[in-house]
Ligand binder design. Structure first.
Ligand code: UDX
Length: 387
């Protein structure tokens, strides 16, 4: 996509800040906001970008915060730009807009091209008009643009991610309960998802959520609430604690099944990425599962369709982990199989050859990929999440 648009002359790249600030009315700030030591978002890249625009702009600009930023950032951006303009002794007009991004990794282009909603937070009509014109090609059959005040737009992004993380943590908690009570969380999921007020999406119990957004944004919202508003986010604190614990559920199951000590045991591990269709291992559950297995004395052979290079960075010089180049090869000499990521290609394995390869015909499934009845009927022991 990049190549096509560069070739057509629609897309250019530059490291020349001045040139970038002169190009176009709408200036997007889409830099990283990594977590600070205390969990709050580090704003130094956002502020630096804002200052650069202020340093060089010569006509009206709409400055858009695309980065996930705490409530109040638009005001900080406005102040930074105004300060740079003042230093230059000019009074060029500008607007600051919050336009949070809701795309998912692995579906970024699709989510961007066909958005459910385009949230635009702005305090003046001129900025709203510019944003409406910019997004006109993405409107499809009805108006996707939701214009609101800046602070509400900034909070919307965190609220969306926190709500989704809450659903997952709650389902995980219910799964842990279902398991103890002899119920099946997958059947419960269908039972409650059919209520349109609840819905089926993001209702899958598993070995915990990861990625660059949910863990970071939940932490940042807890932190902002405490420091800027004096509010203790009780539900969100629990969501975070539940997820931290959930990442150890798989490891605990493996240990419990083998009587606590995994010395001399070898495990095949399918899936390293924090979710399918990405090689991203930030806050990935696999990191915790692998650590738990190694700490208990085991060795691991891991397979992932794309994340192996990333895993080698996460576990440098770790002889207890080896990597296989196919899901089947990972099973060689393994005592049992542990599944951590919901890759499509893990959905229908050859259970007969899997059974023949494993020393114990045993699957620990952190993503509830299979029908327990079917797997058990094949003579394979199946330990999943909440079933
Ligand atoms: C998320 C939001 O979905 C997106 O709107 C926002 O812009 C960025 O953060 P992303 O981090 O790419 O996107 O991944 P997502 O598909 O939301 O999954 C996050 C994590 O939740 C994964 O670890 C996934 O395995 C887990 N998950 C998701 C569940 O455990 N259960 C579910 O039902 C859904």
């Amino acid at each position: 996509m990049v190549r096509r648009n560069v070739a057509a002359g629609r897309l250019h790249f530059t490291t020349d800040v001045e040139k970038a600030a002169h190009f176009g009315t709408v200036q997007f700030i889409a830099v990283g906001t990594p977590p600070d030591e205390d969990g709050s978002a580090d704003m130094k890249y956002v502020t630096a970008a804002a200052r650069n625009i202020g340093k060089y702009m010569t006509d009206y600009k709409v400055i858009v915060d695309k980065s996930t930023v705490p409530v109040g950032t638009a005001d900080a951006v406005k102040a930074a730009v105004a300060e740079e303009l003042k230093k230059r002794g000019v009074d060029t007009p500008f607007s600051v807009v919050s336009n949070p991004e809701f795309l998912k990794e692995g579906a970024a282009i699709d989510d961007f091209m066909k958005p459910d909603r385009i949230v635009v937070g702005c305090d003046d009509e001129q900025a709203a008009l510019n944003m409406r014109a910019l997004y006109a090609p993405f409107q499809r059959n009805h108006d996707r643009l939701i214009v609101m005040d800046v602070r509400s737009a900034e909070l919307t992004k965190y609220a969306a991610n926190a709500m989704l993380a809450t659903r997952i943590s709650f389902m995980n908690e219910l799964a842990n309960l279902a398991e103890k009570l002899g119920a099946d969380i997958e059947q419960v999921r269908k039972g409650i998802g059919s209520d349109p007020r609840i819905g089926y999406d993001f209702l899958y119990a598993g070995a915990g959520y990861g990625g660059s957004c949910f863990p970071k944004d939940v932490k940042a919202l807890i932190k902002t609430a405490a420091t800027d508003a004096g509010i203790d986010m009780k539900v969100l604190n629990a969501v975070e604690a539940a997820n931290d614990a959930q990442k150890h559920v798989l490891g605990a199951k493996v240990k419990a099944r083998f009587g606590g000590d995994l010395a001399g045991k070898h495990f095949a591990l399918w899936g390293l990425a924090f979710k399918a269709n990405t090689d991203d291992m930030r806050e990935a559950t696999s990191r915790e599962v692998i650590k738990d297995l190694l700490d208990a004395g085991a060795t691991v052979t891991a397979y992932d369709p794309v994340a192996i290079a990333e895993a080698k960075h996460c576990f440098p010089n770790e002889p207890r982990i080896t990597y296989a180049d196919s899901q089947s090869a990972a099973l060689d000499n393994a005592d049992a199989l542990v599944i951590v990521t919901e890759w499509k290609e893990f959905r229908s394995p050859d259970f007969n050859s899997l059974k023949a390869k494993l020393k114990h015909p045993l699957i620990f499934d952190g993503r509830n990929m299979y029908d327990p009845k079917l797997v058990r009927a094949m003579g394979i022991e199946y330990l999943a999440i909440g079933r």
